[in-house]
Ligand binder design. Structure first.
Ligand SMILES: NC(=O)c1ccc[n+]([C@@H]2O[C@H](COP(=O)([O-])OP(=O)(O)OC[C@H]3O[C@@H](n4cnc5c(N)ncnc54)[C@H](O)[C@@H]3O)[C@@H](O)[C@H]2O)c1
Length: 318
């Protein structure tokens, strides 16, 4: 397949390398002023991987016109701006694959909703989510991921074309649940990092159990399948987030508690705001997301917030 990847950051570059390695014809687009792109053009590498010569590197967005499949991996809050830039090409009959985890703060839109709102109806949109770190995939460590789409032919085509010994893809069956679960996982990741920072890592088991419950409740209220919270998009991604040294969200949460600087993209920081809005709109109590929000945005003391969680009224587990 002829594929253009948009976004030359950590994840977009891994996807570029992966899709080329399984035989696709891949072009990576990055903005001309992007430091990552400038380094790829000069050295064909970043801090994590090296590109073979077969990958084309382009700084003109018009390259999307030549592609059958357009894979996007930018920051979630920047997706609408990118869709605005793409409008000039009046794209039709393309497949868009969103490899990102987030929810738009201002509107509560899932990423596939943002894409569909901006595209001609002849295009199809899919999401590619689930666990996996660049450092591990690049060194040949396999994982399982999910591709979901409202269009079953698109989903089947992508799962068949993108599967390999390195990534076993499952067919997603719940776009709402998969997108909300994937985005919410980053908020739980920040909470996990906060527990690490407070020397309370032992509470991560409880975090896994109660985090999945509150995300499942929201998914159900939004019309999705609550089981998705226990699938690859969310619980299946906890090992790579809640427990991993590589997770930017977990590391951000820990750095926040320890008052250390952190300059990488931690999507959960933005997603938590969107989650609280969704919780309000759908009448779902999200105690862990609320706790993370209060620490990050209202600068409440993390230990006081944790005590608040422990002294809530007593409840049945399920
Ligand atoms: N296992 C997984 O599924 C997985 C793993 C890591 C990251 N992610 C997701 O991938 C997304 C990107 O994360 P990352 O770690 O690569 O972030 P990053 O900050 O390293 O990369 C984002 C890139 O997007 C570029 N960008 C932003 N707007 C653009 C535009 N309009 N046009 C072109 N480029 C633009 C930025 O310049 C940057 O290079 C996030 O949503 C993250 O949650 C998923």
């Amino acid at each position: 397949m002829k594929i253009t990847v948009i976004g030359c950051g950590r994840w977009g570059s891994l996807i570029t390398w992966y899709l080329d390695s399984i035989g696709h014809d891949v072009t990576l687009y990055g903005r001309e002023n992007s430091k990552n792109m400038q380094r790829f053009i000069m050295e064909r590498k970043n801090d994590l991987l090296v590109f073979p010569e077969s990958i084309k590197l382009v700084t003109n967005l018009a390259c999307v016109k030549e592609a059958d499949v357009i894979v996007i991996s930018v920051n979630s809050q920047g997706l609408q701006a990118l869709m605005d830039e793409l409008k000039q090409y009046e794209l039709t009959d393309k497949i868009f694959v969103l490899c990102m985890k987030g929810i738009e703060i201002s509107t509560g839109r899932r990423l596939s909703q943002i894409a569909n709102d901006n595209l001609d109806f002849s295009n199809n949109v899919a999401v590619w989510i689930g666990p996996g770190h660049v450092q591990e995939f690049y060194h040949g460590i396999p994982n399982c991921m999910v591709i979901d789409s409202n269009d079953s032919k698109t989903k089947e085509l992508l799962v068949n074309e993108f599967s390999s010994d390195l990534i076993r893809f499952y067919y997603g069956q719940d776009l709402i649940g998969n997108e909300i679960g994937a985005a919410a996982k980053n908020v739980i990741g920040i909470a996990a990092g906060m527990l690490d920072g407070l020397d309370l890592s032992t509470l991560k088991g409880a975090l896994m159990s109660r985090g999945t419950r509150e995300v499942a409740r929201l998914i159900k209220a939004m019309g999705g399948n609550e089981l998705s919270a226990y699938g690859l998009c969310h619980l299946g991604d906890y090992e790579a987030t809640v427990f991993s040294q590589f997770s930017h969200n977990r590391r951000f949460g820990e750095a926040y508690i320890k008052k250390e600087p952190f300059d990488k993209l931690a999507e959960g920081y933005y997603t938590v705001k969107a989650m609280l809005n969704l919780g309000k709109n759908y009448g779902v109590d999200l105690p862990i997301c609320t706790a993370v929000y209060e620490i990050l945005y209202r600068e409440k003391d993390a230990k006081d917030v944790l005590n608040g969680l422990f002294t809530r009224s007593l409840k049945n587990e399920f």
